[in-house]
Design a protein around this ligand. Structure first.
Ligand code: SF4
Length: 236
């Protein structure tokens, strides 16, 4: 088998494992005798590694935010996504519901995804911090250093081809960068070996509609790069 095909096959199997766990179901005649088939479980019950990791860390108290959170916010979306969005930390609604990017900002993100032909089911959305900083203050360096290994493990399991940070704080935190968001938006970065682009946080677009036009430019570039990285033809 050529090296590229082997790589694709390995990637497919890793993704299948993320979605369905360790058991691999193949189409076609079963290689098992009828007695063994009858003993097989009727359906897949094992959780994938991403869900197993969520279960492992969901009660974390490694930093003081564990004591003040309402809900732990792991992330949401497709575990086989090639495109991952990263925000800074849960806000009040996310803390209440336990899911990132809900409420008005989340709805706007959904619309922006739809505008580039995607939905939440096509991507994965998470935050640098899994618990809400009180009063929505910026994450503290100590909180980031405690929580960031979780993000790194999530990305290792997800294996996306492209990461997009949402908002200045997420970009500066993830990329250890002090430049303005305007400067960062024009650059391409790398995090854990994965290409990173930056754009506005949807909540910032709600506060300042003048940023919607440059955000749309960013999303078109994100769409084009995503399609390029995933071998899809460019949008005409
Ligand atoms: S923010 Fe991260 S490190 Fe702190 S308690 Fe929550 S999960 Fe643990």
């Amino acid at each position: 088998m050529p090296a590229l095909a082997q790589e694709d096959a390995a990637r497919y199997l890793r993704r299948h494992r993320l979605l369905f766990g360790d058991q691999l179901w193949l189409s076609g005649p079963s290689p098992l005798p009828p007695s063994a088939r009858a003993a097989s479980p009727p359906e897949q019950t094992q959780a994938g590694p991403l869900e197993a990791f969520r279960t492992e860390i969901k009660d974390c108290q490694n930093c003081p935010l564990g004591a003040t959170r309402t809900k732990f916010v792991f992330g949401v979306g497709n575990p086989a996504a090639d495109l991952v969005f990263v925000g800074e930390a849960p806000g009040a609604e996310e803390d209440r519901i336990g899911e990132p990017f809900v409420g008005r900002a989340g709805k706007l993100l959904d619309k922006m995804l739809a505008a580039i032909g995607l939905s939440r089911q096509d991507v994965y959305i998470l935050n640098v911090l899994k618990c809400r900083p009180p009063g929505n203050r910026d994450p503290l360096p100590a909180e980031v250093s405690e929580c960031e290994p979780y993000l790194q493990e999530q990305l290792r399991l997800l294996e996306p081809k492209l990461i997009v940070t949402l908002g200045r704080v997420a970009a500066q935190t993830l990329l250890r960068e002090q430049a303005s968001l305007k400067e960062m938006r024009s650059r391409t970065y790398e995090y854990a070996g994965i290409e990173v682009r930056t754009t506005y946080h949807p909540a910032a677009l709600l506060r300042n509609p003048n940023w919607k036009a440059p955000a749309w430019e960013d999303f078109q570039k994100i769409r084009d790069r995503y399609r390029e990285l995933t071998g899809q033809p460019p949008v005409a």
